[in-house]
Every structure is written in structure tokens, then in C-alpha cells.
Design a protein around this ligand. Structure first.
Ligand code: ADP
Ligand code: MG
Length: 453
């Protein structure tokens, strides 16, 4: 097998281009259906196509689009290469391909890893539209630590599964090869250990502890902001492990570019590898997660109630789980099946938003769209004409200014946009305020009328 495997970039690029309708369903059916990823080299991704005709179409119409997306996703200049498929050959190849992993019986003899939660595994991680890229990358890393995507940075808001995924990588490697030295540590513990090692003059043993590992997993590196000394130490640890081809995975609650008081050279090291982000799950994924979480619980909760929870809790998976746990606890207590009415009553605290009750996203959207005379549907929709994007950005900016909603929550209320889009929009308005003196008064006027009504 080649050292490179960029299949996840191929898959994710096609998925994204379809979602953005750069490749329509019709086009997909016409050209892409029988195209498959074959292999990668240092700078190419080889795909197989069913005919020369398809090859020429892909080259002319789509190769630039796809290669640009490779660049965005991987930071690498990957080009497409093509082979025309010989269908018979491929079938026999597939049959002979065997799964290689440690047999189950052997796995049971392996002691659980002391720093990892054994329920944080790929088996219990539900893959949905919000996390498939991150999940695929994590699996690829777990199968071949140190070789492909090193380092890997998983980032995203609170409760979206960063720790679960990171520990899944650790568990997978541990069970597959218990000789591998896997170290998992929350950044906060890393900081405390480091300070302690200075105070007790045991710096050498600290260094040895982290520089002689095969896999280093550091959770929540945003906690290292402002911690100059620890950043410096991590920088050297990083270099030692990187040079030795040891796998490193980090998680962070924001993109690395947004880390504050963080040494540039360390930030650059994170960016050098693969960066994947986690998004809030859509309805289907939320529902699937609830079902999965219910599997190992000994109570019956009807589908209506799962639907109710999935519909009402959109923020993140931690909140989703908390709501489910509360219902399960209640069901166990009263020993009878819960009706949707009881569930609604029980879940009240989870459903109501803690934000100032009278200033809602909806209210601001309505006011701003009236002011600019655009429809609410357009405000939340996909159109990107100037007449619509400006009011939309203004609305997002105002929501950010005067409410406590997170960019994730705001994005959801604008047709399911990503939190980064919300951040960019707010930034755009801030930038324009610097050069256009009419914007600030407009914003102020709108804020006043939001507060008055
Ligand atoms: P983060 O580290 O991003 O704050 P966690 O990894 O702690 O989030 O996830 C919060 C909770 O949600 C955990 O209990 C985790 O098991 C669960 N969870 C997150 N994503 C998924 C998923 N895709 N499938 C199943 N459970 C998930
Ligand atoms: Mg976490």
C-alpha cells in the first residue's frame, strides 16, 4: 500500500460540492456515479472512471473545481489523475481484500487504557453530516498512526464530540496494538504537570514522559492561551515527536487562527497538519444519536419523545444527552411509560433558551428585514445578492452585539449556516464600519428599535 491515502479529501470534496450544488444531482448521476477513489501519491489522487468520455467531461468541467477544494481541505496542491476502469479486474480485487484487525477474543484480554473512557469509541460515535469528515480522518489516523495526517487538529464548539473522537483514536490504537504508548491529557493537566515539574525540579522526567510516546493526544489546547511557558514546552515536545513520526492529535474550541496570546510558531505547527472541524448535528443525526444513546439503557422511551427532543435541542450533543438522561431518570423513577405531555413538562428547562426572553433572533431578523424591505425567507435563505447579504450581515452583527446567542445558534437560525459564516459576516460589518460612516448609525437605530418593541 502506498504511504499516502487521500481518499477522505476526495470524498469530502465531492460531498461538499454536492451540498453546495456546484455539482447538481443530475450532474452527479450523469458523471460521478461510477467514479471511485483508487489511490494517492504524494501529490495526486487517482480516481477510476468508467469511460474515456466521462474522463474528458470530468477534466474539462470539474477538475479545477475539485482540485481547488482539495487545496482548501488539505492545504496540499493535490491534482487528479485518472484511470479507466477495468470492471472485471476490480471485482476480483475486492473479494480478496480482507479486513485485518485484532480478533475480538484477543481484544477482550487487553486491559482498558487508564486515561481513556472505554465508551468513547468509533462504535459508539454516530457519523452524520456534521462530522463525517472528522470521523473519517480520525479513523484513518487510528489505522495508521504517525504516517498520514500528522498532526491532526479537531476543532469545534462545546459538546460536539471532540473529546469522544480523540479518545476513539486512542482506544482504537490501544486495542489494536497494546504495545503502542498512547498518552491522553487535557491541556489543563499538561499545564499543571508542567508547573509542578518546575516547582519540584523534575523537568527532565516531565520531558521524558511526553517525548517518549507513540501517540500524544492533547485535549482543549485553547486552555494554553496566555500560558507562555507551557506553550514553549509543548513546542519542543511537538518538534521531538514530529521528527520521530509520532502521531499527535489536538482539539480546540475554535479555529487556530482565533487563538489569542498564542505563540505563532506553535500555531503554525498546528496548522501544518490536517485541520478538521465539527459542526452541530442536523435533525436526522440528532435523532440517530438519541437512538444510539438509548440502546444500552434499560427503559422504553417512545420515538415520539425522541423526536420531541431532537426537534427542540439543536445546540450540541452534550445538551441532547442531558435531556435524554433526565427523561430516562424520570421514567425509571415513576416506572411507567412517559407521554409527550409529561416529557414536555420535564424538559422545560432544556427547551427554553437562557437568553433575555424578549430579544430573540427571530425578532431581530424581522425588524432588520422590514427595515431593508427584504423578505424573511430571503434573509434566512441561500441568495447571495448584495441586496440580501448586507441586511443579513447586519442582522447577524446585531444579534452578536446585543444577545448571548453563540455563533453556532445564530447560524442555525439563518438557514443552518455554519458558525464560521456568522463570524465572517460580523467581521465584514466591523470592517465596513471603519470606512463607511453611515453603517454605525444604521446599526444603532436598529438596535434601539429592537429594544423598544
Ligand atoms: P466536546 O469535547 O467537543 O466538548 P464531547 O466529546 O465531550 O464534546 O461530547 C459530548 C457528549 O456528546 C459526549 O458524551 C459524547 O459521547 C457525545 N457525542 C458527541 N458526538 C457524538 C456522536 N457523533 N455520536 C455519539 N455521541 C456523541
Ligand atoms: Mg471535550
Amino acid at each position: 500500500m502506498s504511504k499516502y491515502d487521500y481518499s477522505i479529501f476526495w470524498e469530502e470534496s465531492i460531498k461538499q460540492l454536492r451540498e453546495e450544488n456546484e455539482i447538481s444531482d443530475q450532474e452527479f448521476n450523469m458523471y460521478f456515479q461510477n467514479i471511485h477513489y483508487v489511490e494517492s501519491s504524494k501529490d495526486t489522487i487517482v480516481i477510476s472512471l468508467p469511460s474515456r468520455f466521462i474522463q474528458s467531461q470530468i477534466k474539462q468541467r470539474y477538475s479545477n473545481l475539485i482540485e481547488n477544494r482539495f487545496m482548501e481541505l488539505s492545504g496540499l496542491n493535490l491534482l487528479l489523475d485518472y484511470i479507466i476502469e477495468n470492471s472485471k479486474l476490480k471485482e476480483t480485487e475486492n473479494v480478496s481484500k480482507q479486513e485485518e484487525s485484532t480478533p475480538l477474543a484477543v481484544k477482550e484480554l487487553i486491559k482498558p487504557h487508564s486515561q481513556l473512557r472505554s465508551d468513547y469509541s468509533f462504535e459508539t460515535f454516530v457519523v452524520g453530516n456534521n462530522n463525517s469528515f472528522a470521523a473519517n480522518a480520525s479513523k484513518a489516523i487510528a489505522e495508521n498512526p504517525g504516517s498520514k495526517y500528522n498532526p491532526c487538529l479537531i476543532y469545534g464548539g462545546v459538546g460536539l464530540g471532540k473529546t469522544h473522537l480523540m479518545q476513539s483514536i486512542g482506544n482504537y490504537i490501544h486495542y489494536n496494538d497494546p504495545k503502542m504508548k498512547v498518552v491522553y491529557i487535557p491541556a489543563e493537566t499538561f499545564i499543571n504537570d508542567f508547573i509542578e515539574s518546575i516547582n519540584t525540579k523534575k523537568q527532565t522526567s516531565f520531558k521524558n514522559k511526553y517525548r517518549n510516546v507513540d501517540v500524544l493526544l492533547i485535549d482543549d489546547i485553547h486552555d494554553l492561551q496566555d500560558k507562555k511557558g507551557t506553550q514553549e514546552e509543548l513546542f519542543h515536545t511537538f518538534n521531538a515527536l514530529y521528527d520521530a513520526n509520532k502521531q499527535m492529535v489536538f482539539t480546540c474550541d475554535r479555529p487556530p487562527s482565533e487563538l489569542k496570546n498564542f505563540a505563532d510558531r506553535l500555531k503554525n505547527r498546528f496548522v501544518r497538519g490536517l485541520n478538521v472541524d465539527l459542526h452541530p448535528p442536523n435533525y436526522e443525526t440528532r435523532y440517530a444519536i438519541l437512538r444510539k444513546k438509548l440502546e444500552d439503557k434499560n427503559v422504553i422511551i417512545s420515538n415520539d419523545i425522541l423526536e420531541l427532543i431532537a426537534q427542540n435541542i439543536k445546540t450540541n450533543i452534550r445538551d441532547l444527552e442531558a435531556a435524554l438522561t433526565s427523561i430516562v431518570a424520570y421514567a425509571e423513577l415513576v416506572q411507567k411509560e412517559i407521554t409527550p405531555e409529561i416529557a414536555k413538562q420535564q424538559l422545560k428547562q432544556f427547551f427554553s433558551s437562557p437568553i433575555q426572553a424578549n430579544i430573540t433572533i427571530d425578532k431581530i431578523q424581522k425588524l432588520v428585514s422590514e427595515y431593508f424591505n427584504v423578505t424573511l425567507t430571503d434573509m434566512k435563505g441561500k441568495k447571495r445578492t448584495k441586496q440580501i447579504t448586507f441586511p443579513r450581515q447586519i442582522a447577524m452583527f446585531i444579534i452578536r452585539e446585543i444577545t448571548d446567542y453563540s455563533t453556532t445558534e445564530i447560524g442555525l437560525e439563518f438557514g443552518g449556516r455554519d458558525h464560521t459564516t456568522v463570524m465572517h459576516s460580523c467581521q465584514r460589518i466591523e470592517d465596513r464600519m471603519k470606512t463607511d460612516s453611515t453603517i454605525e448609525p444604521t446599526v444603532q437605530e436598529l438596535i434601539r428599535s429592537v429594544k423598544e418593541t
